[in-house]
Design a protein around this ligand. Sequence first.
Ligand code: HEM
Length: 398
Amino acid sequence: MTENQTAAERVVRGGTLDAMAALGQSRAPEPVQRFRYPDGHVGWLVTGHALVRAVLADPRFSSRAELKRTPVHRPGAEPFIGRPAPPGWFIDLDPPDHTRFRRLLAGQFTLRRMNALRPGIERIVGEQLDALERAGEPADLVERFALPVPLRVICELLGVPATEHETVRRESTSLLSLAATAEDGATALEHLTELFRTLIGHKRGRPGDDVLSGLVSSGELSDEEVAGACVLLLTAGHETVASALGLGTLVLLCHEEQLAVLRDGTTSAHAAVEEFLRYLPVFHVGIPRGALEDVELGGRPIRAGDTVTLMLPAANRDPGRFGDPEELDLARGGTGHIAFGYGVHQCIGQHLARIEMRIGFAELLRRFPGLRLAVRTEEIFLSRNGIACGVHRLPVTW
Ligand code: HEM
């Protein structure tokens, strides 16, 4: 292992461990542990792969907003904690309410439809790589590439015009920020919802080939539900992919031998992306569920009303499930990871995320064969201010 690699391991693993430590969590020896939530509730953290999957597939664990607590101190979420989800926020609903939204959206996010977006994604990736090149060396890969690519892709898919991109970026960062105040969080949600209310009016008159138009013309949701569902898709759909592109590039540039196998085609972009999804701690804060009844989980007595938080990054590095889990090994293809969750709430945007990452990494390496970090790895800081864990900036040269 080179000195560079060791440093990167520290950045990424140290960050992951810090994030987990901040939640009072350590994997060994218990895959189900007691955990005190910021509001004082004593619930649970689950880190074992099999148990995380079991909870996600078990209807006795609810996603309803009013039944779960946030595992991290997040003032911006306070207006929503302990209350029913805002209209359209189906991530915070259980079946059958949740099913109503998923059924409507399923057709919009099929692999076939996402594959049809490829030319558009290739165009956006190409334009952002042009912008990176134009910025001159050293350039910030997050600002020119990792953030704008998923932002532009999800905006085009939803039917949000380019003139609103900057607003969308600012408000969704605020909505998802762990540091935002309750007022900032509520204001950001209202601004984004208002943007979609306005767009709904436009699409009703002149529908386009976008998800928003599809939802409006289905006639099955109220305007508030359409607007809420679109805000959810927008926010869930760009910060996560931006984190994966930024963190993934950092990790890759620090693993020379892995970079080489990806460059020479020994490992496909397809396999590499699955291993990135397993390895990168994108959803670092964990996903909470509320127990609807008493359940025994991994020998521990979960009581009705307890919040149980599922640590996907820990599950994806469970030594009982993956050999050498702390090693980045692109050739293994990450099979069996649960970075997109599991069960009825499994990520609706996963096909899109995968396509963006495959095209993004492949084109980045093709266009910049000499790509490398412009600063020492010690100078790159993990950003854990948002729901997704990423890097604030990634200065690169080529
Ligand atoms: C690397 C990128 C991504 C990761 C790691 C990721 C991860 C996840 C995870 C773990 C869940 C499950 C949450 C739960 O069970 O409570 C989820 C749900 C969701 N994701 Fe993603 N996601 C990514 C990209 C996207 C994209 C591109 C979109 C937009 C198209 C998106 C939209 C959503 C939505 C709307 C849900 C809620 C689904 C439901 O409740 O039925 N995600 N995502």
